[in-house]
Design a protein around this ligand. Sequence first.
Ligand code: HEM
Ligand code: HEM
Length: 194
Amino acid sequence: MQIHDARAGYGWLSIALHWAAAIAVVMLWFVGNQMTAEDTLPEEAAMLLKVHTSVAVAVYLLLLYRVFRRLQIGFPARSAGQKDALLRTARVVHFVLLFSILVMLFTGPMQVWLAGDAIALFDFGEIAGPFTANENAAAFFNAAHVAFAKVLFVVFLIHVAGAMRQILFSEGETANRMLVATEGEFPDEGKADA
Ligand code: HEM
Ligand code: HEM
């Protein structure tokens, strides 16, 4: 079984991490949006906030590992026939997605702790912060969290549209690489980038 990435595509570990992280991020995004929606009742919002922070803490290390692993090993080479402009656009999209995840993971806990609150973790208890409350700093991290949630959503739509265009209209082989592992060796120099 091809666990690691090959020069020509992803291994099962990358594929598993991609889909696990994708499900987690989309779920956090929906719950986050619902809990802050104007028509959500306060009790429901409080319950959803607990779900949001608990799930975020549960997947925190997985998301961090997924981001830094990709930055460390790089991306596989382009797929057959993939044009320069398309490859560059896809890379920008991938980097913005990875960066936005990092920003969400950093600003999430910071906004809670700097507001003087603790992070709710299911029914296990709470994770108290190391800082004293600071209203301005909390507002800054809150604004960043809200803004990058929007960035994440827009870039996610572009990402999915690109993948769907390939899968539905058989436009190239790139998208299939995230469905089935590609056999082959990882390059010796450690970087797979084209
Ligand atoms: C990739 C990970 C994450 C995503 C996609 C995400 C997404 C969101 C979204 C969409 C919102 C609603 C923003 C709005 O008001 O329009 C939100 C709010 C919030 N998130 Fe996250 N979040 C993530 C990680 C975290 C983490 C790690 C924590 C803390 C442990 C956290 C804590 C919060 C809190 C407290 C709010 C409420 C902010 C408010 O009341 O305005 N989030 N998040
Ligand atoms: C239905 C949802 C999704 C589909 C169909 C999809 C599809 C794909 C495909 C086909 C690739 C391979 C592209 C290539 O090799 O150039 C890929 C890579 C990637 N996707 Fe997605 N994706 C989805 C959701 C997400 C989400 C939610 C995120 C992050 C928030 C994400 C982040 C990435 C990143 C960073 C890569 C680069 C390779 C890696 O590090 O895994 N994707 N995606």
